[in-house]
Design a protein around this ligand. Sequence first.
Ligand SMILES: Nc1ncnc2c1ncn2[C@@H]1O[C@H](COP(=O)(O)OP(=O)(O)OP(=O)(O)O)[C@@H](O)[C@H]1O
Ligand SMILES: [Mg+2]
Length: 635
Amino acid sequence: MLDCMDDLRKISDLRLPPNWYPDARAIQRKIIFHAGPTNSGKTYHAIQRFLSAKSGIYCGPLKLLAHEIFQKSNDANVPCDLVTGEERVFANEDSRQAPHVACTIEMCSTNTPYEVAVIDEIQMIRDPARGWAWTRALLGLCAEEIHVCGEPAAIDLVTELMYTTGEEVEVRNYERLTPLTVLDYALESLDNLRPGDCIVCFSKNDIYSISRQIEARGLECAVIYGSLPPGTKLEQAKKFNDPDDPCKILVATDAIGMGLNLCIRRIIFNSIVKPTVNEKGEKEIDSITTSQALQIAGRAGRFGSSFKQGEVTTMHRDDLARLKEILSEPVPPVQAAGLHPTPEQIEMFAYHLPDATLSNLIDIFVSLSQVDGMYFVCNIDDFKFLADMIQHIPLNLRSRYVFCTAPLNRKEPFVCTTLLKFARQFSRNEPLTFDWLCRHTKWPLAAPKNIKELVHLEAVHDVFDLYLWLSYRFMDMFPDAVLVRDIQKKLDDIIQIGVCNITKLIRASQSVAAPGTAEVVSEDFPLSRTQRDARVVSDRHAAAPTEALSIAVEAAGLRRAKNLRSPQLSGRQEDMKSYGRGSLANRLLREGLLTQEMLRQLESEWQDQHRNGRYGFGSKRDDQHSSKATGKKRK
Ligand SMILES: Nc1ncnc2c1ncn2[C@@H]1O[C@H](COP(=O)(O)OP(=O)(O)OP(=O)(O)O)[C@@H](O)[C@H]1O
Ligand SMILES: [Mg+2]
């Protein structure tokens, strides 16, 4: 081990990332940074240039955004392909590549030359899990002009990075196209809802609870949350945007923060804290950041929508002052760009350490790696989780890597066990057929009757995604992509029916749940789909297993980067600490077992009972508990 230590150190030296992209270094690129607040036309102007170029690539953070540009480009008679983790759509019928492509950022090619490249939402370069993909695009895209769009907070870092490559950066600043006002009053009651309102929640259970209360008032609402399939999200958005549809209220998680074009007049933050998962994979509660709040608030009064100005407020009066504070704080500058090791580096590690498990290899790599202050190593826990899960299955290193980079949410047991079964059958060299998949998922499936069934259907949708993703990497072993895509579309329709009837499903779920049980399904974090999308697209060249090695590492671990974290992250940790200390309620909130909405409901029920002299359980012991609690509260 000691003999090869020097070699390992050399291999894991990540201090000169610009040198990883010789093709880009061989040309002189010009960087144009479109900077401004949300809804200021940054992407619009970059796309105008993309459309006028002979060839171009658009790199976006989400599948929905890539779809939007793909659509826009083809509508403007500029043939454009679409490339995401599970999908390739060619503009030309004979499957010849078009000169333009819209892709999710992890999929962009750093070998193909383009006249213009667009990198959207550049501030994501600081993202603990996905930042590497923006760094790779920025340093590695082979285009004469690179149009970068995003928050002004990223200007300095991009300029600094480009200083190391010797490339010029031109900054174009934009102003918001429509006014956005923070209201002086909170919504306080759902009775005050108006058409064009969007309530933003940070947990699925709050979504369920609020949509049910809205329906009880005789109003229809559309629902959008992270783990819904893209087709369902689009349908719900369409319904809400349609001026002739009676559905004029939207209940959504921050999944709407990037991507969808919605006709929202007013954003109402149901809460200003949100569950997150920390570096150890533990659930925590965290105040939303200024950047997140601005992104979400920026959905109101979108230019070109039916609302000429946007409004933003909170549901609860107590939160309004804090929201105003958050919105008025400056966004801290982006300080470091994410990185991941290259596939070759990990392969060389494996050569020197043939007996190490993949998970150990990654750990050793990350702990030995050296990075420059402008960079940090991204979080790689998802990869390690999968590596451990399939460790006992005999696979060669490259295939193992590909499996470990599969886009799945580790909180979905059905999807995880499916991956395990895929890997096992793959190791026996038995192709995964359509029939096998239908048997495994019990397809065909019926419309959901309650929330649990809806959640299961969402997981089956993810299993189909997983199959499609693998089919691009191991075509022979996953041969039935066409058929699977077909049933996935059908499943999307079934899920849509479920979501349209969501309040019925909630009622059905609650009638079978124990009396007083507020939770209808286990808590799911709103960003799970977004994070998964990150992994979904954490690949780039479908049929190139070596590339997949990088993907493995691309999800990335912050352990090394602890000291390089942005002030924003450290600030959030401080918030977490202060929030997390103390009472049982705070602990339950922190662990994600209780949502803000439930807590408020409990508080108000408890106060009502207290006021009326009813203590629910009636025993002396409980009375004592209650008075104790009161005493504590007063103190
Ligand atoms: N000059 C323009 N002419 C017509 N439409 C425009 C113009 N500028 C922007 N728009 C439209 O306004 C909307 C917002 O613009 P855009 O998406 O470019 O904003 P953005 O600054 O990228 O916002 P975000 O930060 O939320 O991504 C889009 O629907 C876009 O098509
Ligand atoms: Mg934009």
